[in-house]
Ligand binder design. Sequence first.
Ligand code: AMP
Length: 396
Amino acid sequence: MKILVINAGSSSIKYQLLDMSTGKDLASGIVERIGEEMGSITYKTDSKIVNEQPFPTHREGMVEVINMLTDADKGVVKDKAEIAAIGHRIVHGGELFFEPVEVNAEVLQGIRDCIPLAPLHNPGHVIGIETAMELFPGVRQAAVFDTSFHQTMEPKVYMYGIPYEYYKEYGIRKYGMHGTSHKYVARETAKLLGKPLEECNIITVHLGNGASISAVKKGKCYDTSMGLTPLGGIIMGTRCGDIDPAIVGFIAERKNQSAKEVVATLTNESGLKGICGSNDLRDIHARIAEGDERAALALDMACHRVRQFIGAYAFELGSVDAIVFTAGIGENDPEYRARSLSGLENFGITINKDKNLNWDRTPSFISDDDGAVKVAIIATNEELEIANDTVKVLGL
Ligand code: AMP
């Protein structure tokens, strides 16, 4: 059975076709710059093709995805009818969606209703679903929400200390993001531990360009570092993470900017980039090697925050079976991992130098064998998780 996973943004469509008998992706890629004069489509199988062409709307983008997938030469299916179902990644499900659901008119409206909570993401998701409905008539579709894994948080965890009416009127509370990744790596970590997930306390550390940490208690999300939006929590590539909220007004006054403008700076020009001008850890390491002090400060700050959250979550959980690193930085940056957990032997947390440096991409522990808390690296696979959820919710 073949499942197409779609992650539609305001001007892009990421896609991946998975073969569920093996869990492997047959083809993947992205349509970018939809609506601009010139767009592009990337199509990856064993080889990679990048074609430049205009995509006036999502519809033309999706048509080209279908053309590529069914191409006589480079295609991986003969006919689009081979696609059994479509799973959509949806960033924000607010308090409406606790789990993956089959798409129908009511669900589509629910995703629309959550637009104020994710104005940059949910509108693109709605267009993606509508386009897929039109181009794949009769094919069942599922919506899988980044926020739903975090819906098990208790009110004392997700409420902010602000007037209660703001929660009632505007839905202002902590929602958390990257839920699909946190859920996937938590489950894979439980497998490594050889215990049912429901018996495990795990701290999941998703470190990509966007980054968040979750405390998973007996298999359920207990707390997570992102908040109402993906701006909160740890320091990210270009996002500031948690800061004193008064800073927004302080900057707005001095720079004569609106709150929206300040938040744009905190989203796009802050984090690692704000401190040292680079948001990619590969550049930051290269600059540190050349003696760049700002780059060194940025890395120090980011690792310090990760450590703070891990410490807080260890106390919230009471006991920790494992800490698991995942995503671009979590999977590829041994120094970031080592620094985030250095000197914690008294808490039973160790990192084995060799295992940390020589991780071979198979899910495994990098802690010392006698470490009380296991430390793991697991490559995340959000698309596979979405495809699995799609199969489950549609009963395929
Ligand atoms: P993601 O959002 O999960 O794709 O992660 C992207 C980020 O991972 C990049 O911005 C880099 O900071 C980081 N990254 C990717 N490859 C490496 C690497 N080999 N070493 C260190 N960091 C890396």
